[in-house]
Design a protein around this ligand. Structure first.
Ligand SMILES: [Zn+2]
Length: 165
């Protein structure tokens, strides 16, 4: 039995709350947020965002990858965003392993050789935010005048702390 049935039930109630809206496709704040998939981080609530306000791009760790850049280019060049926030968090799953151990584990468990793949783990969460802000700055696909901010979200308190570039 999958959990999916519960989602379908919950959605029935949500539809009543939602009502019918015709929000524009372009985010109102013109901001794209690059963040982690962590289940303890409710980005919209933590940042005071409503429907239609911002793009929220998530992956494991909230890392700036090739696919994250792909989404940002569409966000900016097709959908009008002009600002990026890199938001990592405390107690991240990307801090729980090293590439060598993880790739060895995957080789054993799944029989797949991924020894040359970087799963982008990190140890220092402020450093990972700075690294990813730097990657965005260096990317020729991100215009130089795009505002880039960074922060760390504390999963225990909900507080965000600014990380300077
Ligand atoms: Zn995380």
């Amino acid at each position: 039995m999958s959990y999916f049935e519960n989602f379908m039930k919950a959605n029935q109630a949500y539809v009543d709350l939602h009502g019918t809206a015709h929000l524009p496709i372009k985010p109102k704040t013109k901001v794209a947020i690059v963040t982690c998939m962590d289940s303890r981080l409710h980005v919209a609530q933590a940042l005071g965002l409503a429907l239609g306000d911002a793009h929220i791009l998530r992956n494991a760790g909230g890392r700036v990858t090739e696919d994250m850049i792909r989404s940002l280019v569409i966000s900016q060049q097709q959908l009008g965003t002009r600002e990026i926030v890199v938001l990592h968090h405390t107690d991240c799953g990307a801090q729980t392993f090293k590439n060598e151990d993880f790739t060895a584990y995957l080789n054993k468990e799944l029989g797949v050789n991924v020894s040359n793949q970087d799963f982008l783990p990190f140890t220092d969460v402020e450093e990972s935010v700075r690294e990813d802000m730097a990657l965005l700055r260096q990317s020729p696909l991100i215009p130089a005048d795009v505002e880039i901010s960074g922060a760390v979200y504390d999963v225990d308190t909900g507080r965000m702390t600014v990380v300077e570039e």
